[in-house]
Design a protein. Structure first.
Length: 619
C-alpha cells in the first residue's frame, strides 16, 4: 500500500477518534456541570440569558469563570425558567447543601468538611454546658450538635433561647447581614452586600424586580458578620467595640446621646472603653484565623480549644518564630494569593500553639515584624510587650496576658430561669411557635474588671485567666417540680484589651478579682499580732449556699465540686487567696515598684517588726 493510501485511511480514523472523544467529553462535562458546576473556564450557562448584566461579583466567583450553577445548582442546560430552576438553591451556602454547592470537588471540599464539624457550625459546647447545668449530664463536654438535640428540659431551653446562634441553622431568605442575622452556613460570613446590592435586593423583595447587582462572595469578612451571634452570651462583639448591655429600654434614653446604643433587637448598651485593637482599626479576622472559624477538621468541644492565636504570637521578645512561604499548605497559599499578597521570599510569623503561619503577619525587609489588616491592607508595626510583662516577678508565672490587660467584662449578678407553661415560645431549630417556654430574668448588669481564677489548658497547665459569672442562676422546672441552683463561672476572653495592665491592688486587694463578689475588702494592721483581713459584701447571702449573690467563692474558703462551666476550672483556693492577700497587705504601705517585690521571699524573711499581714505559716 502506498504512503498516500495509508494517509487516506489514517485521516478518517483520526477524525472518528476526535468526534468520539468530543462526545464523551461533552457527556461527562454535562454530567459534572449539572451536578456540581462548570469548572473554571467553562462558557457562561443559560442562566445569563435572563440574568445578563449581573454585576457585583468578587473575581473568584465571576459567572464567566464558574457559571451560576456552581452555587445555585438548578439545571443550567435548560432554557425554560421552570426547568432551569428545578433543584435550584435560592439561598446557597447552607450547611445542609454545602457539599453540593460550596463544597463541590471543583470548589472548596476540604473547607466545607471542616466547617460541618466545627464549633461554629455545631455549637456542641453550648449543648454540653447546658445539659451539665440542667443536671442532665455529669460533664460539660459533649459531642452533640445543636441541630441534633432532642426535647429534654435542657435541650428545649436551648431550642427556645440559644439555638439560633450556630452556622448550621438554615437561612431561608436572601438578605444583607445585619445585627439580627443568624445561620446560613458559608454565606453567614462570606456574603457581603454593597449598598447597591442592598437596593436591588429590596426592589426584588418589594416589587419582584430582578436584581442586577449580586452580593459578593469574598474573604473580606467584616465585624458585622460576627456581630449577630457574638453580641449575645459573652457579648464579645459589643465589648470589643466598647459597648456594655444594660436593663434600660429604648424609651429610657435620648436617641441622640452618644453614650448609648440601641441594637436592632431593642437591647440598650452603654458606652465603655473599647478594645485597643478595635480603636486602632483592626477587625475580628485580623487576629482570628480560618482554622478558628471554619474548623481544622478536628472535633473540638469548647471554643478555647479551637483558638490557635495568642497575644504572644504578635507581641513577643527575642527572635521571631517564622514559617517560610514555601512551607505553606495549599489552603494557606490560596488565601494569600486571593488577597493579592506576595509569596516571594516571605517569612510569616508562626503561632506558638499550632505551629501554623499567621498569614497577615510577616517579617519586613529590614527584619521588622508587621501585621497587615486583611480588609484595609493597612500595616501595623508589632511591638514587644512592656518591660513589666517581660520581666515578671516571681509568683506571676501562671498569669496570662488577658488576666492583666482585660479592662472590664460584662457581669450578671444573678439570673432566674423558669419554665412558664403559659408563655409563647419559638423553637429556633424548627421555626415553630409553641405554648410553654423558658423565660429568663436578670437582676442587673455591671461592667467590672473581671474576676480571676484557674483554668487548665489543653496541655494540662494551670493558668490564671479572666472569668465571668455566666451561670449564677436558679432553674425552676414545672415538669419535674424541682428548683436547681447553680453558681458557675466561665473562663472568658473579654476582648476589652487595654494598653495599661491592671494595677497590683486591683488583683491583690479587690474582692471581685478574687471571686468574693463586690464589697469592701480591708486590711486592719491593728487586729491581732499579724493584723487581719475582713470583707463586707455588697450583696446579701444567697439562701441556697450562703455566698453573696455575685460571688464565685467564699472569703478565705476553698470551694470545690460543681464550680465552673469547664472541667479543670476553679476559683482560687484558700491557700492561694492568702498568698494573694499577703501581697495586698504589703501594698498598704509599699506601692509598686517598691524593691521589696523583686525579691519578695527574701523581703518576707527579713521584714521589719513593724510589717504585718495575715499570712499562713506555710507560705
Amino acid at each position: 500500500m502506498s504512503a498516500g493510501h495509508k494517509k487516506d485511511r489514517v485521516l478518517p480514523l483520526v477524525m472518528l477518534f476526535i468526534i468520539s472523544m468530543g462526545v464523551l467529553i461533552g457527556y461527562f462535562a454535562d454530567r459534572a456541570f449539572r451536578v456540581t458546576s462548570p469548572a473554571p473556564g467553562v462558557a457562561v450557562d443559560s442562566c445569563m440569558q435572563c440574568h445578563a448584566g449581573m454585576s457585583g461579583f468578587a473575581p473568584a466567583h465571576l459567572p464567566e469563570n464558574i457559571g451560576c450553577a456552581s452555587c445555585h445548582l438548578g439545571d443550567p442546560g435548560r432554557n425554560e425558567k421552570e426547568a432551569a430552576h428545578a433543584g435550584m438553591l435560592r439561598v446557597p451556602g447552607n450547611s445542609t447543601a454545602a457539599r453540593e454547592s460550596c463544597g463541590s470537588p471543583q470548589c472548596h471540599p476540604v473547607l466545607v468538611e471542616n466547617h460541618l464539624s466545627s464549633l461554629m457550625a455545631t455549637g456542641r459546647g453550648l449543648v454540653g454546658v447546658n445539659r451539665y447545668v440542667f443536671g442532665e449530664s455529669d460533664t460539660p463536654d459533649s459531642r452533640t450538635s445543636l441541630s441534633e438535640i432532642g426535647y429534654s428540659e435542657a435541650d428545649q431551653h436551648l431550642r427556645q433561647l440559644c439555638a439560633s446562634c450556630h452556622l448550621a441553622r438554615e437561612k431561608t431568605t436572601s438578605r444583607a447581614i445585619d445585627e439580627l442575622s443568624r445561620g446560613g452556613g458559608c454565606t453567614a460570613c462570606h456574603l457581603r452586600y454593597s449598598d447597591t446590592a442592598k437596593e436591588h435586593m429590596d426592589r426584588w423583595q418589594q416589587h419582584k424586580e430582578l436584581p442586577e447587582v449580586h452580593p459578593a462572595l469574598t474573604i473580606a469578612v467584616g465585624n458585622e458578620h460576627c456581630f449577630g451571634c457574638h453580641s449575645r452570651s459573652g457579648r464579645i462583639s459589643t465589648s470589643y467595640e466598647g459597648w456594655h448591655e444594660t436593663l434600660l429600654e429604648p424609651a429610657d434614653i435620648d436617641p441622640a446621646d452618644p453614650g448609648y446604643r440601641v441594637l436592632q433587637d431593642g437591647r440598650v448598651f452603654s458606652r465603655q472603653s473599647a478594645d485597643v485593637h478595635f480603636s486602632a482599626g483592626l477587625a475580628c479576622i485580623d487576629c482570628h484565623t480560618w482554622r478558628e472559624t471554619m474548623g481544622d477538621g478536628q472535633v473540638r468541644l469548647h471554643q478555647e480549644e479551637q483558638i490557635e492565636i495568642a497575644c504572644e504570637d504578635c507581641h513577643f521578645t527575642g527572635k521571631p518564630r517564622t514559617v517560610p512561604a514555601d512551607s505553606l499548605g495549599r489552603i494557606d497559599r490560596k488565601i494569600v494569593q486571593v488577597r493579592g499578597w506576595s509569596l516571594q521570599g516571605v517569612h510569616f510569623l508562626r503561632m506558638g500553639s499550632s505551629g501554623n503561619a499567621l498569614l497577615n503577619a510577616r517579617l519586613g525587609a529590614q527584619g521588622e515584624t508587621v501585621l497587615i489588616a486583611k480588609n484595609s491592607a493597612q500595616n501595623y508595626p508589632l511591638k514587644p510587650p512592656a518591660a513589666v510583662c517581660r520581666d515578671r516577678i516571681s509568683g506571676h508565672e501562671r498569669l496570662t496576658c488577658s488576666s492583666c490587660h482585660a479592662a472590664w467584662a460584662p457581669v450578671c449578678a444573678s439570673c432566674h430561669t423558669e419554665f412558664d407553661p403559659e408563655a409563647e415560645a419559638k423553637d429556633h431549630l424548627t421555626g415553630e411557635h409553641q405554648l410553654g417556654g423558658w423565660v429568663e430574668y436578670s437582676d442587673e448588669f455591671a461592667a467590672l474588671p473581671p474576676a480571676l481564677g484557674i483554668h487548665k489548658n489543653q496541655a494540662g497547665e494551670e493558668r490564671i485567666v479572666p472569668f465571668i459569672p455566666g451561670m449564677i442562676l436558679t432553674i425552676q422546672s414545672t415538669r419535674r417540680d424541682t428548683t436547681l441552683f447553680r453558681r458557675l463561672y466561665a473562663p472568658s476572653s473579654p476582648h476589652t484589651t487595654a494598653r495599661e495592665g491592671r494595677s497590683c491592688r486591683s488583683c491583690h486587694a479587690e474582692p471581685f478579682a478574687l471571686g468574693f463578689g463586690t464589697g469592701r475588702l480591708r486590711f486592719d494592721p491593728d487586729r491581732g499580732e499579724q493584723g487581719a483581713w475582713s470583707f463586707e459584701p455588697d450583696y446579701v447571702a444567697h439562701p441556697r449556699d450562703g455566698l453573696p449573690h455575685d460571688a464565685w467563692t467564699g472569703f478565705l474558703q476553698t470551694r470545690t465540686g460543681m464550680v465552673s462551666t469547664r472541667t479543670g476550672s476553679r476559683p482560687f483556693s484558700r491557700a492561694e487567696q492568702k498568698r494573694i492577700l499577703r501581697v495586698g497587705a504589703c501594698l498598704t504601705c509599699h506601692a509598686w515598684p517598691d524593691k521589696i517585690y523583686h525579691r519578695f521571699q527574701h523581703s518576707l524573711r527579713t521584714k521589719k517588726e513593724a510589717c504585718r499581714g495575715d499570712i499562713p505559716d506555710d507560705f
